[in-house]
Design a protein around this ligand. Structure first.
Ligand code: ZN
Length: 67
């Protein structure tokens, strides 16, 4: 059992991350490339086509899972 200590958060790291953006003018939805549902994802909100883009995002470090 491993408790995640919030006092020891590492400084934020910003990295260019591949994402998919909704092509609809009225929708600002986007998803990370590794969360997409298929090779050509559709927007989970409005079902429009999505196009590949790059965003500068904070890198998320998942705590390592220890068996
Ligand atoms: Zn959309």
């Amino acid at each position: 059992m491993c408790m995640y200590n919030r006092k020891n958060l590492e400084p934020a790291v910003i990295e260019e991350t591949k994402v998919w953006e909704c092509t609809s003018d009225t929708c600002n939805c986007w998803v990370r490339d590794n969360f997409k549902s298929g090779d050509q994802p559709t927007c989970p909100i409005c079902k429009s086509e999505m196009k590949q883009a790059v965003k500068e995002l904070q890198v998320i470090h998942n705590p390592r899972v220890i068996d």
